[in-house]
Write a protein that binds this ligand. Structure first.
Ligand code: SF4
Ligand code: SF4
Ligand code: SF4
Length: 756
């Protein structure tokens, strides 16, 4: 149940497998819970993350140690696959005299004791006596565990804390910031000091004797070796010694698995399967041994994938081969390369963070690096260079490379550097990713009859360029996006509408474009509650190409200016209150009433509008009905032109005297459902209410309700094709309504109130 085990559970649940976690400790989290001090990772934050994983339906058996409470073989009999992710919980000993005295602790044992002692909120005096580490503490080691131990010793009340390290500060493996902060908190670093003996009295630690060292020749790791200085010793009076020089594996209970000489479990590098079929291992317990938590999490993702394959019958023998988890190719870049690639960007430095003063933070376990405010977090995220390939989730080249196990090293050679900033509003070109398949050029010419793109040059220097080497937006290109859809790589991609362009793992919803009466089939690419692209549905419903409007106008339809609330006389209120107000005002008014309904409404919404209009005794018209939008006169502006006509709704332009009546003030109540009513003066209308995507432009509107676009509702549009065939096309809600309540529900509320 540590970082590796929990991550395996997460990824296996994502693939639909039932998962049980066995953990020896009372709480899940492993080293993150018991090894990382509270001031670096608050338990509350960790618990929230664990709860998120458990809420996916993971069974948990804590206080269950394999080999003591249950045998590995028994678990294996009961489950189809087992992952061993027990971590490395044993502190490495120094093997010097005196390590058995009371007051000598292993680094991770000490940190675990602190985490489990409940001392985090106690007084410092109580902490010192509870944990019995005394006032003077020596920590041996130069890694991050040693830093955690010495800084924890400071926080639990030790007056003098020494860190003993046999090399110098430059060779310390600990994160430099940890060393810096430990020094600020008062930890005394004794470099070139190697413990020789722990000296005790009455069974308790009294002193530690250290050999003074100097640096000699570099060893195998490249670091200069410490060499004893003859006759140079030092003795420090201490109450406790914490030995934090490394971690090892407690292999008890797993003896049936093959291990390395370091007693870590051998796991296949590709499949993560151990020497026992069906038993996998990942994280600190395997092969090279302990590493940082994120390395264990990364391995866990791959191990879970391997187990998923195993359970699907794709690995059926010990050390069976599966293909590499993911193909990737990388370019080794020097800092100069990076500067050249991003030379058009301004350098933005990470904002300085004011951390809590050392004198204050050393007295408690509170997190001392403040979390970003929303604004700071956004600013920090804006520093992203957007270097990822936008086509990551769709690139055919990656698919094939994965499928056929392509090794990128085999194809090394010259590379182009021909990318230029793209200025086209919707299409981003990166010629360096082009494989010269020619699809974009042929589709533009043969399907669209436009020759906006062409292949220019010869051999290795061939490049796809806009016609006459113009910029794309100055060619005949009408932004249909067909070339982008066809491009198998990231050479032609759609410009993202997000503030930062990042590759998104989208889900797709088939629906109908609501922007004209052609009612083309669309495939909305959705991420979270955002439509991030609109593609042709590629089904039997005519649309293998969308027009620019259908393809890119979703950005305006779903813009941040959309109404997210209801209003009464410019004051924000909830939808129910605004509906109540509308009905009350209409009831009071005995004058002529008119209801407008949008030709972009579904049949189901129109039916509800008709019920409402009937109940208040209003005439119903539609502003956009009959308005042609395409140059070839084959399409009407309203997607449901024919649906409205079949329901007998009149076009506003055919209701001869109505405009005049409205402008003269002969109409007392006007309610518009989705019609903006541009070009009419409503100044003399006594009461006017709108259901609208945006705030209406008219002055003095009494009530406004938020409307839903064709991306936010379910329903049907009636379409008439050129041969006269009439058919219904389905709109499927792709995202939750931006206004919180969809227009169908709002109409139900209005109808309920007026009829009730
Ligand atoms: S967007 Fe359409 S018109 Fe423009 S280059 Fe691509 S295929 Fe041609
Ligand atoms: S479709 Fe993409 S990869 Fe193929 S030629 Fe065009 S830009 Fe290059
Ligand atoms: S606006 Fe009309 S033609 Fe364009 S994609 Fe939408 S339905 Fe098709």
């Amino acid at each position: 149940g540590g970082p590796a085990g929990l991550s395996c559970a997460y990824f296996l649940r994502m693939n639909g497998h039932a998962v049980t976690i066995f953990d020896a400790m009372p709480e899940l989290g492993g080293m993150l819970m018991y090894g990382i001090p509270e001031y670096r990772l608050p338990k509350e934050v960790l618990k929230k993350e664990i709860d998120m994983i458990l809420s996916m339906g993971v069974e948990v058996k804590t206080n269950t140690k394999i080999g003591c409470d249950i045998a590995l073989e028994d678990i294996k009999k009961e489950y189809d696959a087992v992952i061993v992710a027990i971590g490395a919980w044993k502190s490495t000993k120094m093997n010097i005299p005196g390590e058995d005295f009371e007051g000598v602790y292993g680094g991770i044992d000490f940190l675990r004791n602190v985490a489990m002692s409940g001392v985090l909120h106690d007084s410092r005096e109580k902490i010192v006596s509870t944990l019995g580490v005394g006032k003077r503490v020596a920590v041996v080691g130069g890694g991050n565990t040693a830093m955690d131990a010495c800084r924890t010793a400071v926080r639990i009340g030790a007056d003098e804390v020494y860190t003993l390290y046999r090399r110098t500060r430059e060779e310390m493996p600990a994160d430099p910031v940890e060393v810096e902060e430990a020094m600020e908190e008062g930890v005394v670093f004794k470099f070139l000091s190697n413990p020789l003996e722990i000296i005790g009295e009455d069974g308790k630690v009294k002193r530690i004797k250290v050999q003074k060292m100097k640096l000699g020749e570099p060893d195998a790791s490249g670091r200069r070796s410490p060499v004893p200085i003859e006759g140079a010793f030092e003795e420090l009076e201490v109450d406790a010694v914490i030995i934090a020089i490394g971690q090892s594996i407690d292999i008890e209970g797993f003896e049936s698995l093959q291990t390395t000489r370091k007693r870590t479990i051998i796991a296949d590098e590709n499949t993560f399967m151990t020497s026992m079929e069906g038993v996998f291992a990942c994280g600190d317990v395997t092969n090279a041994g302990p590493d940082i938590a994120i390395a264990a999490i990364g391995e866990a993702q791959k191990a879970a994938f391997s187990v998923h394959k195993y359970l699907g019958g794709e690995i059926d023998h010990i050390y069976g081969n599966i293909k590499e988890y993911d193909f990737y190719s990388k370019r080794e870049l020097t800092p100069e390369d990076v500067r050249e690639i991003f030379k058009d960007r301004e350098i933005e430095y990470r904002p300085d963070i004011d951390i809590v003063e050392a004198d204050i933070r050393r007295k408690n376990f509170k997190e001392f690096v403040p979390i970003y405010t929303e604004e700071e977090a956004q600013k920090e995220a804006m520093r992203c260079l957007e270097c990822g390939c936008m086509d990551y989730f769709e690139c055919k080249l990656i698919d094939y490379a994965n499928k056929y196990g392509v090794a990128p090293e085999r194809f090394e050679g010259d590379v182009h550097n021909r990318r230029k900033p793209s200025t086209h509003p919707h299409i981003v070109r990166d010629p360096d990713k082009c494989i010269l398949c020619g699809l974009c050029v042929r589709l533009c010419e043969e399907v669209r009859g436009i020759t906006a793109l062409g292949l220019v040059g010869r051999g290795f220097d061939t490049i796809v360029e806009p016609e006459m080497r113009k910029v794309l937006e100055e060619t005949e290109c009408d932004s249909c996006g067909l070339c982008v859809s066809a491009c198998p790589t990231g050479a032609l991609v759609e410009r993202q509408s997000l503030i930062k362009a990042v590759p998104l793992n989208e889900r797709y919803i088939i629906s109908t474009c609501g922007l004209c009466s052609k009612a083309c089939g669309i495939k909305a690419a959705v991420y979270g509650n955002r439509v991030v692209r609109v593609l042709p549905a590629l089904d039997t419903r005519n649309a293998d190409v969308l027009c620019r409007k259908g393809r890119f106008m979703y950005i305006d339809v779903l813009s941040s200016n959309r109404l997210k609330s209801a209003y009464i006389n410019d004051t924000e209120c909830d939808v129910d209150k605004a509906c109540g107000y509308i009905i009350e005002e209409i009831r009071k008014n005995t004058g002529k009433k008119v209801v407008f309904v949008s030709a972009g409404y579904t049949n189901e919404l129109v039916d509800k509008v008709l019920v409402f209009a009937d109940a208040i005794g209003a005439e119903v018209v539609s502003g956009a009905l009959g308005q042609k939008q395409s140059e070839d006169n084959t399409a009407f502006f309203g997607v449901n032109e024919f649906g409205l006509r079949m329901k007998g709704i009149k076009a506003f332009e055919d209701a001869a005297s109505l405009k005049e009546e409205i402008e003269k003030g002969d109409v007392s109540v006007l309610v518009s459902f989705g019609d903006p009513l541009d070009g009419i003066s409503l100044d003399n209308v006594e009461f006017k209410a709108f259901m609208s995507l945006y705030m209406p432009k008219h002055e003095g509107v009494n009530a406004v309700l938020p409307d839903s676009s064709y991306f936010e509702i379910n329903g049907t549009f009636t379409r008439k094709s050129e041969d006269g065939t009439v058919e219904d096309r389905k709109a499927n809600a792709c995202i939750r309504p931006i206004g919180g309540v969809d227009s169908s529900e709002i109409l139900d509320i209005l109808c309920g109130k007026v009829c009730g």
